[in-house]
Design a protein around this ligand. Structure first.
Ligand SMILES: Cc1cc2nc3c(=O)[nH]c(=O)nc-3n(C[C@H](O)[C@H](O)[C@H](O)COP(=O)(O)O)c2cc1C
Length: 230
């Protein structure tokens, strides 16, 4: 009799326990199905804010945007007879930079540039440094503050940067800008032309720069630009 009673009790206990288990599972299941519905509903209307949140928090997205959203590049050039301007155009093609041409109010004619004539304009300016303060049509670049890299190009005159370049450099603030000089010449090297311009500017992080032949291949210029890793 005792055994029968114990048997009935065990059966009741097992039934009670299995009932409890199924009762516990139900809310969990319903919760999980509710939450998955909530997620799938949420995916539609809130997807744009989710994307924004993902863009805000995804570390890869910020660096990818930096080059296009970051500082811009400007090519400033003085060219009396077109050689340095051609290099400037190659740099613009290679970088997508903007271009600013330094233009003397009184442009140099070919007679002015005749350095073999001791009475020519350049010869007189070379002899008398006080005459080298050449007036320019403009020294102000629109949105100057947006540029953080500035190429500055010029022909070599008697071993240094053609002086209209100095007029531009002295008139501008290169603080927080990387400045990259480039020049053309018949035979002379860059020499101290870049260093002298840096001194005249008094501001900016001036790199050593590059000299090109008067007529240079575009591929050579592009190779140099690529080597800068901008
Ligand atoms: C007044 C003057 C001075 C020059 N002095 C030098 C010089 O010292 N060394 C040199 O190699 N070339 C010299 N040149 C040659 C120019 O640097 C070269 O032709 C340059 O490519 C001209 O550039 P541009 O066409 O942009 O003006 C001089 C040219 C001129 C007009």
């Amino acid at each position: 009799m005792k055994k029968l009673f114990a048997g009935i009790l065990s059966v009741m206990l097992v039934l009670a326990l299995s009932g409890c288990e199924s009762g516990e599972n139900t809310p969990d299941n319903s919760q999980s199905s509710q939450s998955s519905e909530t997620q799938s509903e949420a995916a539609g209307p809130t997807s744009s804010s989710d994307d924004e949140a993902a863009a805000d928090s995804t570390p890869n997205e910020t660096p990818n945007e930096t080059p296009t959203d970051g500082g811009k590049t400007l090519v400033v050039v003085y060219s009396a007879s077109g050689n340095t301007k051609a290099i400037a155009d190659y740099i613009v093609s290679a970088t997508g930079a903007d271009l600013f041409e330094i233009t003397p109010t009184e442009p140099y004619t070919s007679d002015d540039l005749n350095w073999t004539d001791p009475d020519s304009r350049v010869s007189r300016e070379y002899d008398d440094e006080s005459l080298r303060d050449v007036e320019l049509t403009a020294t102000t670049v629109e949105n100057w503050e947006d540029y953080d890299t500035v190429f500055i190009g010029y022909p070599i005159w008697w071993g240094i940067a053609a002086w209209p370049t100095s007029s531009f450099v002295k008139a501008n603030d290169f603080s927080d800008k990387t400045v990259i000089p480039f020049c053309t010449s018949s035979t002379s090297g860059l020499g101290s032309s870049g260093t002298l311009l840096a001194e005249e500017a008094g501001t900016g992080n001036w790199l050593e720069g590059q000299r090109f032949q008067s007529r240079e291949d575009e591929s050579t210029v592009k190779e140099w630009v690529d080597s800068l890793g901008l």
